[in-house]
Design a protein around this ligand. Sequence first.
Ligand SMILES: *Cc1c(COP(=O)(O)O)cnc(C)c1O
Length: 436
Amino acid sequence: MSAASVRFRSTRAEAPSVGLADALRRGLAEDGGLYVPEAFPSVGPADFGAAESLPAVAATLLAPFFRGDVLEAELSAITAEAFDFPVPLKALPAEHDLSVLELFHGPTAAFKDFGARFLAASLARLKPSIDRPLTILVATSGDTGGAVAGAFHGRPGTRVVVLFPKGRVSPRQEAQLTCWDGNVQALSVEGSFDDCQRLVKAAFTNDALKRRFELSSANSINLGRLLPQAAYYAQSSLAVFRRTGKPANYVIPSGNLGNALACIWARTVGLPIGHVHLAHNRNRTVPDYFAAGDWQPRASVATIASAMDVGNPSNMERLRDLVPNLNELKRFVSVDWVDDPVIAERIQTDYRRFGEVWCPHTAVGAEAYERLPAEVRAAGPWVLVGTAHPAKFPETVEPLLGLTLPIPPALEALLALPRRFRVIEPAEAALTQALL
Ligand SMILES: *Cc1c(COP(=O)(O)O)cnc(C)c1O
């Protein structure tokens, strides 16, 4: 492990580098860029000793990123507080070595709980400024908003404003976004996820808002979401490596590329990770980039894997910063995309084969895995990343399988609460008004 502390620079190189705490508080750099480590520390399997639990693995992985920062002494407490739920890596009875990493046992039943809870636990340990309360803006395609709202709800000195695309999230996701009171406010935006993301980015450059509030973002543009997500790739790849002596290969259902980037960062520091296969839905910006070589963000289209309906994935800016050359990227990253009817079929097939019920997002990954050439699957081990609990999407999954899915108790408790939200136009002025 390297000894010097890590600083974070903007991908656009026009804002000063900052320490960890500042990067977490700001979310987005002043020049509109995203924070990335100036240099990656090196952390390999030998550094982890016998550590197995997620809090312990995370504390080792993230120690060099916290070194010298005001949060350094708090790291173990943060990982213990944030990661207090199970993260099973389950072997599947497939032809080749395949496991599913279930990332949906947190309070809002999707992987967004890891990043949201870690960010909240970190910010709660920084001294709040009394004259400008910390206002956290979060654009959500469905799962982030609930996770962030739940993680920050009731924490003094912070206010959370969630923007979600009206009518484009599942009813249970909407319930999780709008069931909060007190310091959490939900805005239903008459537009797409990309509109929500654009409004959040615009707020950061709005002088009137910056004078009144200390603004931060809890989207995966915030480092405090990405770093903790790297922890479950460290933990699962170590488990696979200890079992097989081989690096783990991952299939990752992707939208904004936060989850995939966390995996690639874990690989970059030295975890035993081989190939990373990105599984997208009909939003094909990334697949088209891999095929044609130019980056063409576009409007998103609605699919049944709605948390992945992103036409302008923001973390591509970080990925291209890390590996600017596409051919180099293709040496360890590949991509596929899956259309809605095939997602539905995959949910049915894998229920018959494995007895597993996938959420529509995980099913995109399961299909992308099946389409890999047999020799690539045989060369595993492979890990399919399970991103959400299927009970979040009963209107899609239950009719396909003809069954009623049991609801995780934490999710059931949220569904029972009353809904509160306000509808706004997809315009900067409407957001400014709602905030003031
Ligand atoms: C957010 C989300 C995704 C996409 O993850 P990104 O980090 O945006 O690529 C996939 N599945 C589910 C269930 C999600 O909530």
